[in-house]
Design a binder for this molecule. Structure first.
Ligand code: PLP
Length: 473
């Protein structure tokens, strides 16, 4: 592609992106498509000779678009609705244009230094102390993997050289509500699913510290070595908050690594009125917060902080001859802090987003989302036909329909059907969880394009589909 062709095609891509984002509300949020349909639209073999760029772009609309679930749609209120802002999207183009690989400082000095400085900014935005060092990974799953790997190395440094067969049975603790990525990390690190002990939660889905301590003592008595506790601030199902302060005291008492998974809710630490949820976070050994979830940075970008970078480095640093440089004693080489060698310039996305919106601008958007979610929760609370199934401390609301006259044993079926109906309209996308055996619908407000009218429209869709379902029963 010549520079002139690049420029012409690039303009068309930007125009395409502009049109897509402008027209986003004209799409169904969920595509009306069956498995395999997109695959069938593509030829079985690749082209032997190059094709026109315009033809490729046309096929994005023709082949790809019909199978897109529109995460950028303001009525995507499923999972943790994550959206990409304009500056974040454009930063991705800059990053790909450089195509820098930040293996070591020398392989891209700016990548290493922009990442370090941006994460210092982000750390101060979140109010974390200066002794936390940040590093960017792709996802929270990988951040937590590295936190747990460092925890394993902290307690069992010989795991690096001798492997797991040299070690006693070890135990990691998290609540019943912790994300599945914690167990996945345990699988990958040789701790195993049986090495994870899930601690009971209270009526608000928060880990019970006394149960944690009891479990630790039981394990010690059985000859099992506790090594790590994962507390969550903003669990995936309900956004409940584990009592990190109390948990951190237990960790200190037993010398256990405390990893805090704040993948979704972590961004709200920048709001003084939300600080109450982050009590004791400064006692953590490691923390994950995902700007790609609720800070309008395009997926993927997960920030990991640790107070013990030397332990993380000890766990992962392995330097082959060809990667040694003359400045190694003076610089940070990012490859030393994780499993991956090559890494792209993700920090640019966060740097662009923080600079474009400013800290106050970002806070304003987060506050709006929390306000809108709270107004939706109030609507549920005041209704006779719906009920809240969990507190809503952030911007996710867990609820279900409770039509008068319907028995408890029929409610799960009714709510499942209701969710299917809502999603099949294409007007709104919500997802579910199960809480205390109750099928639970979740609505999340965390998208950059979400305004009051979208939440109002969501309420109308929910109410309309509820009434239709009730009339059809
Ligand atoms: N932790 C929590 C609390 C989450 O809610 C999620 C996903 O929603 C994850 C971890 C995993 O996130 P990722 O997709 O970035 O790995």
């Amino acid at each position: 592609m010549t520079p002139e062709e690049f420029s012409a095609a690039g303009k068309r891509v930007i125009e395409w992106a502009e049109r897509y984002l402008k027209d986003i509300e004209t799409y169904r949020v969920l595509p009306d498509i069956k498995p395999g349909e997109i695959n069938k639209r593509m030829p079985d073999s690749p082209p032997d000779f190059g094709e026109e760029f315009d033809k490729i772009l046309e096929d994005v609309d023709r082949i790809v678009m019909p199978g897109i679930t529109h995460w950028q749609h303001p009525k995507f209120m499923a999972y943790f609705a994550s959206t990409a802002s304009g500056p974040g999207i454009l930063a991705d183009i800059v990053s790909s244009t450089f195509n820098s690989n930040g293996m070591v400082w020398k392989s891209s000095p700016a990548l290493t230094e922009v990442e370090a400085k941006t994460l210092e900014w982000y750390r101060s935005m979140l109010g974390l102390p200066g002794n936390f060092k940040g590093i960017i990974y792709d996802t929270a799953s990988i951040s937590s993997f590295h936190g747990i790997a460092a925890a394993r190395d902290y307690k069992f440094p010989e795991s690096r050289t001798k492997g797991m067969s040299s070690l006693p049975a070890m135990r990691l603790y998290c609540s019943e509500q912790a994300h599945s990525s914690i167990e996945k990390a345990a699988i990958a690190l040789g701790v195993g699913i049986e090495g994870v002990r899930k601690i009971k939660v209270d009526s608000e889905f928060r880990m019970i510290p006394a149960e944690l301590e009891k479990a630790i003592n039981e394990d010690i008595a059985m000859g099992i070595d506790p090594f790590c506790v994962v507390a969550t601030i903003g669990t995936t199902s309900t956004t409940s908050v584990d009592p990190v302060d109390a948990i951190s005291s237990i960790c200190r008492k037993y010398d256990l690594w405390l990893h805090v998974d704040a993948a979704y809710a972590g961004v709200t630490a920048m709001l003084p009125e939300m600080k109450i949820h982050f009590k004791g976070i400064e006692n953590a050994d490691s923390i994950v917060s995902n700007p790609h979830k609720w800070l309008f940075v395009p997926i993927d970008l997960s920030v990991f902080y640790t107070k013990r970078p030397e332990t993380l480095k000890r766990a992962f640093s392995l330097v082959p001859e060809y990667l040694k440089t003359e400045v190694d004693a003076e610089v940070e080489n990012l490859m030393d802090y994780g499993i991956q060698l090559g890494r792209r310039f993700r920090a640019l996305k966060l740097w662009f987003v923080i600079r474009y919106f400013g800290v106050e601008g970002l806070k304003e958007i987060l506050r709006k989302h929390i306000r809108l979610a709270q107004s939706f929760a109030d609507w549920i609370r005041e209704s006779n036909e719906f009920e809240l199934l969990a507190p809503a401390p952030f911007s996710a609301v867990c609820f279900r329909a409770v039509p008068p006259g319907l028995k408890e044993e029929d409610l799960n079926k009714f709510n499942k059907l209701l969710l299917e109906r809502i999603n099949s309209t294409g007007e709104l996308f919500l997802t579910h969880t199960v809480l205390n055996d109750k099928f639970t619908i979740r609505l999340v407000v965390s998208g950059i394009r979400q305004e009051e009218r979208h939440v109002e429209e969501a309420r109308k869709v929910i109410k309309r589909e509820y009434e239709t379902l009730l009339n059809n029963q």
